[in-house]
Design a protein around this ligand. Structure first.
Ligand SMILES: [Zn+2]
Length: 124
């Protein structure tokens, strides 16, 4: 997976097609429940490296480990966040980072890379 097939699993994986139908298209005929949507998200994170959740391992002991994201995956994630501006002009990558950063589980190198990029590109 990479930028050339960004989010392809949304269209070619049955769990995601069914789960995200109502979530993305606001179509009550889809009947997606929160369980369907969360299962679709879980699948999406597992098969797409550009989500930070892909790089976080939650162990049976209840602790977690963050792995460093490849820079290409980070850039794809930031492009995803930057695209939020097309849904709402007040949003974007910096908005996403400011709003959700504290709850993200990130490797320190990944966190620093993102922070440095968004300081340099405050218009993203
Ligand atoms: Zn995605």
């Amino acid at each position: 997976m990479g930028i050339h097939d960004h989010d392809a699993s949304l269209l070619n994986h049955e769990t995601e097609i069914e789960g995200f139908c109502n979530y993305y298209f606001y179509d009550p005929k889809c009947g997606s429940s929160w369980t369907d949507v969360s299962l679709a998200m879980l699948n999406h994170y597992h098969v797409n490296e550009h989500h930070w959740q892909h790089w976080f391992f939650y162990s049976a002991a209840g602790d977690g480990r963050c792995y460093e994201m490849p820079k290409e995956a980070v850039l794809e994630m930031l492009a995803d966040w930057a695209g939020e501006v097309y849904l709402d002009e007040t949003k974007g990558a910096v908005w996403h980072w400011d709003g959700y950063h504290a709850k993200m589980k990130l490797h320190p190198h990944t966190e620093q890379f993102i922070s440095d990029l968004l300081k340099e590109h405050s218009d993203w």
